[in-house]
Design a protein around this ligand. Structure first.
Ligand code: G
Ligand code: G
Ligand code: NA
Ligand code: MN
Length: 253
């Protein structure tokens, strides 16, 4: 109960911060974007991992305001960093199902409008299970988000239960191959087959594809040879605070 009460005041007390994890071009290693990962710096406890507070934020509905804050901060960063961002660079924000049930369309519009961020620099990561709750409504929402010029990625792909029928109908730009498959390549033959099939599926549907959780050069080489254009994972960099990420952007220019 203490955690919930503290979480209620965390926004007002300015205790949240964003960390940024690079996404790279598999072949060249050039940075293509970053995923925004929320962190809660609590005075008494230090850094609280998202796994501990996001579920509570979702249960209490606090995630809606927190998520709007994350969106706006991410938009501020792309404006602040515009001069050092490579062409095509995207900052990806995770959404929760509670945000999708609410007025996410409006929250995105507001974040873009108040900051003046280029919508093409913003990507939203959604999971299959979020979209399967009310698919028709989700498709309408995704259409409206897409019409604002932001990109949409299907996170943790392969671990949810969306059908290929819906995959075809979702107006998404990119599949994100789940870490649980990536971590087992190249040695596990079924994971290798799943990763290759996902890349082929994305290709034939005209979607981009990225592999997450890449930790070793063997994994990276497998993904490159399988034709996966983009990767993310500890091999290329862990999530880091804004100042460190800005320095990383400068060092790569
Ligand atoms: O950052 P890891 O760093 O531990 O993230 C753990 C989980 O928290 C992941 O599933 C990630 O998608 C989720 N997460 C991180 N940041 C956010 C956020 O801003 N909003 C939502 N809804 N989930 C997030
Ligand atoms: O659910 P989502 O895919 O958004 O989860 C992102 C989570 O994955 C974050 O907790 C992030 O810190 C973690 N992560 C990012 N890269 C790696 C990696 O290479 N290996 C592992 N084990 N976790 C990673
Ligand atoms: Na994600
Ligand atoms: Mn993921």
């Amino acid at each position: 109960l203490g955690m919930e009460e503290n979480l209620r005041h965390a926004l007002a007390r300015d205790e949240f911060e964003l960390h940024f994890q690079p996404k790279v071009d598999t072949a060249s290693g050039a940075m293509t974007g970053a995923e925004v990962l929320l962190r809660w710096r609590q005075p008494e406890r230090g850094l609280v991992p998202p796994a501990e507070f996001i579920p509570i934020a979702e249960e209490t509905g606090l995630i809606v305001d927190i998520g709007a804050w994350v969106l706006e901060q991410a938009c501020r960063r792309v404006v602040e960093w515009e001069d050092r961002l490579p062409a095509g660079f995207r900052l990806a924000v995770n959404l929760s199902v509670r945000q999708l049930q609410g007025d996410i369309d409006e929250a995105v519009r507001h974040a873009l409008a108040t900051t003046g961020a280029d919508p093409a620099r913003i990507e939203l990561e959604l999971t299959e299970s979020m979209l399967m709750e009310d698919t028709e409504r989700a498709i309408g929402l995704m259409d409206r988000l897409s019409a604002q010029g932001v990109q949409l990625a299907l996170d943790d792909f392969g671990t949810g239960y969306s059908s290929l029928y819906y995959l075809r109908r979702f107006p998404i730009h990119r599949l994100k191959i789940d870490r649980s498959f990536v971590s087992e390549v190249p040695n596990d033959r079924s994971c290798a087959a799943i990763v290759q099939a996902t890349i082929a599926l994305a290709r034939s549907l005209g979607l981009e594809v990225i592999a997450e959780g890449v930790e070793t050069t063997d994994q990276r080489d497998f993904l490159r040879d399988a034709g996966c254009p983009e990767c993310q994972g500890y091999l290329f960099g862990a999530p880091v605070p804004g100042a460190a990420f800005a320095a990383l952007l400068d060092s790569r220019r």
